[in-house]
Design a protein around this ligand. Structure first.
Ligand SMILES: Cc1cc2nc3c(=O)[nH]c(=O)nc-3n(C[C@H](O)[C@H](O)[C@H](O)COP(=O)(O)OP(=O)(O)OC[C@H]3O[C@@H](n4cnc5c(N)ncnc54)[C@H](O)[C@@H]3O)c2cc1C
Length: 232
């Protein structure tokens, strides 16, 4: 499918959203991702012209596909994407993935652990939950290195303030250290966290570390769902 770029939005320092209009009807389930293939690279990139991106808009928001990423100098792919003009076309393939939010299964006690840009599927889950009026309990624990890197900060705060089934905690690791077992335990509901559904997304090191902490805290493996953003 062809995707036409219709909008770019700055979300945080070095982080941008790109909104694409598909050339045909496109449906997806919250949590799925697409391949975004650039027509040509303006800069060399040993990883080539394709990357995976989670669709961070919810299907309830219309037909635009929103992807959000960190733009880094070292990535010829990202620099080219950033230079794509409004109206520019890329190729999209998908949707793919098994990290899906099914409200009939996960209808209570969801705890989301996001490492940096790993926020993308959770933004979609939260919007979907609100727009569909599901009122499912969701607690987002969102870790970033620095304050100015928090993507969707104001939007998330507004959504949480307006919906009492949502809870939000930010962790800024440059100020308070990494999210470790003691910090995480302090944020979880006392005693009953073991029954919660945990969802972990981010760079592989974040996902592996959080999973080990949860297992150490006694959470069963079938209560933990993970999505590793390989490539980071
Ligand atoms: C299922 C799935 C879903 C994904 N969803 C998303 C998504 O929604 N959003 C998203 O952004 N990515 C997502 N990814 C990852 C994405 O596909 C890329 O692999 C990732 O963004 C890295 O891209 P890159 O190699 O072009 O550049 P980057 O890693 O962004 O940049 C490459 C260069 O930047 C420099 N660099 C790296 N880290 C740092 C740092 N911390 N500080 C300064 N410089 C640094 C280095 O020189 C490095 O070589 C997903 C991956 C998977 C598998």
């Amino acid at each position: 499918m062809n995707l036409k770029l219709v909008k770019k939005v700055n979300e945080a320092k070095g982080t941008k959203s790109f909104f694409f209009e598909p050339d045909s009807i496109f449906t997806w389930t919250p949590g799925q991702y697409i391949y975004v293939i650039l027509p040509k690279l303006n800069y060399p990139d040993i990883k080539g012209d394709t990357r995976d991106f989670t669709i961070c808009s919810s299907p309830t928001e219309g037909n635009l596909l929103q992807i959000t990423t960190r733009i880094r100098e070292g990535s010829g792919y990202k620099k080219t994407l950033d230079e794509l003009a409004i109206g520019g076309i890329v190729e999209g393939k998908g949707p793919f993935g098994t990290f899906l939010f099914d409200p009939s299964i996960y209808n209570k006690n969801n705890i989301f652990l996001a490492g940096g840009i790993g926020i993308t599927p959770f933004r979609c889950f939260i919007k979907y939950n609100i727009d569909k009026k599901l009122n499912i309990s969701m607690h987002l624990i969102y870790s970033n290195t620095n304050k100015d890197e928090i993507a969707f900060k104001e939007e998330l705060k507004t959504l949480v303030n307006a919906n009492n089934f949502l809870k939000l905690d930010f962790i800024i690791s440059s100020e308070e250290g990494h999210l470790d077992e003691i910090k995480l335990k302090g944020l979880l509901p006392k005693g009953i966290y073991i029954e919660s559904n945990f969802w972990i997304v981010g760079p592989p090191i974040f996902v592996t570390t959080m999973e080990a902490i949860l297992r150490n805290l006694g959470v069963a493996s079938d209560k933990i769902r993970i999505e590793k953003f390989t490539g980071y």
